[in-house]
Design a protein around this ligand. Sequence first.
Ligand SMILES: [Zn+2]
Length: 426
Amino acid sequence: MKMLIKNVTAVLPDGSTPVTNIMIDKNKIAGIGEVPEDFRPAKVIDGTNHLAIPGFVNAHTHASMTLLRSYADDMALMDWLNKEIWPAEAKMNDEDIYWGAMLAMLEMVRTGTTTYADMYGPWMERVAEATIDAGLRGVLSRGIIGVAPDGEQKIQENADLFRQFNGAADGRLKVMFGPHAPYTCPPKFLEKVAAAAQDLGAEIHIHMHETMDEINGSLKEYGERPFTWVEKTGLFDGKGTLAAHCVHLDDSDFAILKKHNIRVAHNPGSNMKLASGVAPVPRLLQEGIVTALGTDGTSSNNNLDMLEEVNLAAMLHKVNEADPLAVPAFTALQMGTEFGGKAVGIEDIGRLEKGYKADITLLNMQGPAWCPRNNPVSLLVYSANASSVDTVIVDGNVLMEKNELKTLDEERILFEAQRCADRITK
Ligand SMILES: [Zn+2]
């Protein structure tokens, strides 16, 4: 189907913001600018007073964990996992996984996210189903914990997920392998994960260097930093690696990141809430390492609002470096869009440009946060919030138009999610 977004203020890849037209043909952007006479759209969206941006790419989250939002807050990471999160997760059944994921889909659509990278499980096939039902683009991985007795089975489940869903839903689904973290996956086990992923040509999604405790624990147990010994397992030798957090990095870690083209998902909200530390984002960007943004799960954030992460990325590094130039507004926006596409290994998303996938978010600029309109990118990053998002398009399909959801039943999702959460947490 041909679609036209008319008279919209578009954030182009060079940061300019002309009032223009975006032409969509099937699932791709067919052009931006003057509409040729022979382009006859079946649908026209009036973009007057709207800002068009590439849909946000949430490069690291745990969608079904949304059921545990506000369940356990203000704790240290390992206490939080051991005492609250892991026991609650042990009670989840496949219905919980589905409705937790649907709650996440609802929030992602409402806040303008079009692609997300997930790590969770079991029953990741229900997350795939939720993603297909919602119409989002999902990069799924089965969270694999090697210290558990069923570690091998989880590798198998991840392989099955890959065979069943990689490339499914017209290519909207992609599957990676999800070894949880170096502190939950010993070296011999990571070798097995690496072999299984490389057999299938799958990429890796893993938590790396999130806290100082993780680094110190590794130094005590292995005499080496996690990046150093994980490299030796061959985990980084496959098709590609997405490493979440990377908060604590020294020169040796930077060398490994660059050598293997490892892409980083920076999670400023989660890192601040869990007091994990401040990732060296200005240096990562300077050294040309792909650095994207993620929300992490909603029990450590506590939302899936990517515009908030964009704002936090712009703000946190300024105060941390005592440098107001550290991460400029447009760079922060690129981290949440274009760099996100690169981070999840999908090269043709994250830019409003001909040939790119039609994954587009529109924000309504009528309101005080958007006035006066001196600089739309500045207004987006520093002044507005995600409540301005009113239209979301993924793969050329409209998921929300002028706040009206097209694929999701909001009332039902909120009801089912509450019902599931009540059973798990009470
Ligand atoms: Zn995480």
